[in-house]
Design a protein around this ligand. Structure first.
Ligand code: ADP
Length: 301
C-alpha cells in the first residue's frame, strides 16, 4: 500500500497539469486559428490621392452588445482642418479613432474618407494614409533609426532625419552619443514620454499621411517637451487633417474646432471662445482642468 500511494498521488497531480495545459492549448489555438486581417480584398479601392475629409454618418458602436459607446454620432472634418476631440475619460474619444482605423466595425452608420466608405477602401491603403501617434507610443528594442523607419521600411537616412526634424526630435537624437544608432528599449537608454512621442511623430510622418491623429500623453510631460510637441504639430498640420485627442489645454485652445464627446454623442462643437461663452460641457471640462492645474501648483509650492 505504501509503495502504491506515492505513484497514485503523482498520477493525479499529473492529470491536473494535463488539464491545465489542455485549457491553455485551447486558448492558444483559438488565437492561431483566428482569421488574419485581409489588407487587400477583391474590388477594393486605392484612390491616387486622399485629401483627408472624414465623415461619420450616424455611427453607433459598442465593444459589447449590452454597452453602447457611440450613439448615432455624426461628424464632418474637412481636409486640412485641425480638430481637437475632448471629453471625460471613457467618453469614447479613442473609439472614434479605432473605428476610423477599422480596428473595429460600427454596428450601424457609415464612415467615409474623401467620400469613399472606408469599407470600400483597401485596409492597408486606408491605414497607410493615416498616421497614428498614441499616448504611450510603442517603441521596440532596437536603434532609434530602426524605430522611426518602422513607419516606412524602405525610407532613406535622409528621409528619416527630415521627418525627425519636422517632429522636433532630430536635435535630441543627435545630441546622444550614438545619435540615430542609439539603442532604446530593454538593452538601451530610456526615453521620456515626450521624446517617445516625438519619435512616434517622426515615424508617422515618414508615411506622409493625409490624416494625422495625435493622442496626447496624459502622463507627465515636461513643459519643454510639451512646447516642442506643440510646435511640431503646428508644422506638420500644414496640408494635413489633424485630429488631436486633447488632454492638454494649450493644444485644445489652439485647435480650429473643438468637438466635445459626451454620452456617446457630440455634446458641443466650436472654437474655444464660443464654447466657453456657452457655459456647457466644454466649460465644465475646462474649469475642472484649470482647477487641477491650480491644485497641482499649490502642491508644488
Ligand atoms: P476615451 O478615449 O474617451 O477615454 P474610450 O474610447 O477608450 O474612451 O472608451 C470608451 C468606452 O469603451 C469605455 O467605457 C471603455 O471602458 C470601453 N472600451 C474601450 N476599449 C474597449 C475594448 N477594447 N473592449 C471593451 N471595452 C472597451
Amino acid at each position: 500500500m505504501d509503495k502504491m500511494f506515492k505513484p497514485l498521488v503523482q498520477l493525479s497531480k499529473g492529470n491536473l497539469k494535463l488539464q491545465q495545459a489542455l485549457a491553455a492549448a485551447d486558448r492558444v489555438f483559438e488565437l492561431v486559428d483566428r482569421d488574419a486581417e485581409v489588407l487587400v480584398t477583391p474590388g477594393c479601392l486605392t484612390p491616387e490621392m486622399i485629401e483627408g475629409r472624414i465623415e461619420f454618418e450616424g455611427v453607433s458602436f459598442g465593444y459589447r452588445p449590452d454597452k453602447t459607446v457611440l450613439r448615432d454620432l455624426s461628424l464632418l472634418i474637412r481636409p486640412g482642418e485641425t480638430v481637437a476631440i475632448v471629453g471625460s475619460s471613457g467618453a469614447g474619444k479613442s473609439t472614434v479613432v479605432n473605428l476610423l482605423m477599422r480596428f473595429y466595425e460600427p454596428t450601424s452608420g457609415k464612415i467615409l474618407v474623401d467620400g469613399y466608405p472606408i469599407t470600400r477602401l483597401s485596409l492597408g491603403y486606408l491605414r497607410s494614409k493615416i498616421g497614428l501617434v498614441l499616448q504611450e507610443p510603442v517603441l521596440f528594442s532596437g536603434t532609434i533609426r530602426e524605430n522611426i523607419k518602422y513607419g516606412k521600411l524602405q525610407a532613406s537616412d535622409e528621409e528619416v532625419s527630415r521627418a525627425s526634424k519636422a517632429a522636433n526630435a532630430h536635435e535630441f537624437i543627435v545630441s546622444l552619443q550614438k545619435g540615430y544608432d542609439t539603442e532604446i528599449g530593454e538593452r538601451g537608454i530610456t526615453l521620456s514620454v515626450g521624446q517617445r512621442q516625438r519619435i512616434a511623430i517622426a515615424r508617422a510622418l515618414l508615411k506622409d499621411p493625409s490624416i494625422l491623429i495625435f493622442d496626447e500623453a496624459t502622463s507627465n510631460i515636461d513643459s519643454e517637451s510639451e512646447s516642442l510637441i506643440q510646435d511640431a504639430l503646428r508644422r506638420v498640420a500644414k496640408g494635413r487633417t489633424l485630429i488631436v485627442i486633447g488632454h492638454r489645454l494649450s493644444s485644445i485652445i489652439d485647435a480650429e474646432r473643438i468637438v466635445v464627446i459626451e454620452n456617446g454623442g457630440i455634446a458641443e462643437e466650436g472654437t474655444h471662445e464660443v464654447l466657453m461663452s456657452k457655459g456647457g460641457a466644454y466649460n465644465r471640462l475646462y474649469e475642472a482642468q484649470v482647477d487641477r492645474l491650480v491644485t497641482g501648483n499649490k502642491n508644488l509650492t
